[in-house]
Design a protein around this ligand. Structure first.
Ligand SMILES: [Zn+2]
Length: 114
């Protein structure tokens, strides 16, 4: 499962941070998930529930913020939020475009107990 390795990496990052900050526990992790990131939110959540066991994040909550995608049409320059693939410009009908936002998986904030 792809999501499991993403969560594994996330937990390692967060534990590094906790160690640097001298924190005993990790209380909450806020994660931004792009609409067209490769990760499925439900699978991230279930992987987190399993992989956090035995780590300082054992009792942590994972908050996922879903970020809409933004695409720029290279024909007419319109920026729009596509709901699904493929991207079709609502103004000129061009297929495809540049994905400006909505691909990333980013840690937004971590709450630690020091
Ligand atoms: Zn267009």
């Amino acid at each position: 499962m792809h999501e499991a390795s993403l969560i594994q990496a996330l937990l390692e990052q967060v534990q590094d941070l906790a160690r640097r900050e001298g924190a005993r526990r990790i209380l909450r992790i806020q994660l931004r998930v792009g609409r067209f990131s490769t990760a499925v939110p439900e699978l991230l959540e279930s992987a987190f529930e399993i992989l956090k066991q035995g780590t300082p994040a054992e009792e942590a909550r994972l908050d996922l913020h879903l970020e809409p995608a933004r695409v720029r049409c290279e024909t007419c320059g319109l920026e729009y939020e596509p709901e699904d693939l493929p991207f079709v410009c609502p103004r000129c009908g061009t297929w495809g475009g540049t994905l400006l936002q909505g691909r990333d998986l980013v840690i937004e904030a971590v709450d630690l107990e020091v």
